[in-house]
Design a binder for this molecule. Structure first.
Ligand code: FNR
Length: 170
């Protein structure tokens, strides 16, 4: 079982990157095979049809599409901005959906978020699920959200809950 973890914030002190590492710790305990992509791997110009026509899909987005295609599961850890999804993740889905082979079709995708707010980013994940539905991914029913997120609250997340979260789609 190979799990690809992708973060949606490039901020140095990103709480979503910290949540991603917390999930990776749990995956390590269960000896899941995994690959980590930090949010820099999602760096690409905002989708532009003329750019695509002139230069094709950017290299970074082609590599991302390959990594998604190779994984059994993808875990997306996305910050919430104005009650919606990380633009970095949305743009990456847009670009990778333009690569031949429909890399998201049937892919098992698990969604997680951390937020300093009380809702834990769940509204953004609902939007993300809709977007992924459009590219025919399978999204897991259980989200892993960390409200009031900081180092302590992320560390205190329940191991059993997180391993149940990661087992979805097995
Ligand atoms: C936010 N933030 C935020 N949080 C939330 O829970 N719901 C929201 O709708 C928003 N909206 C929002 C808009 C904008 C423009 C910014 C910059 C921030 C706060 C956000 O969750 C917080 O900045 C996180 O720390 C961002 O994630 P990383 O970078 O720490 O992973």
């Amino acid at each position: 079982m190979s799990i690809l973890f992708i973060g949606g914030s490039r901020r140095k002190e990103s709480i979503n990157a910290k949540l991603k590492h917390r999930l990776v710790q749990v995956a390590e305990k269960h000896t899941f095979d995994f690959e980590l992509l930090d949010a820099d791997a999602l760096d690409a110009p905002i989708y532009h049809g003329d750019h695509e026509q002139a230069e094709g899909v950017p290299k970074a987005m082609q590599q991302l599409a390959k990594a998604v295609a190779a994984a059994d599961k993808v875990v997306l850890v996305s910050p919430e901005y104005n009650a919606s999804v990380s633009p970095l993740i949305k743009n990456a889905i847009d670009w990778t959906s333009r690569v031949d082979g429909q890399v998201w079709k049937g892919k098992k995708v698990l969604l997680a978020a951390a937020s300093p707010g009380g809702l834990g980013g769940i509204r953004g994940l609902s939007h993300l699920r809709d977007i992924l539905g459009n590219v025919q991914a399978w999204t897991a029913p259980l989200f892993a959200c960390c409200p009031n997120a900081n180092d302590e609250t992320i560390a205190a997340m329940d191991d059993d809950f997180l391993s149940t979260f990661l087992s979805q789609g097995d």
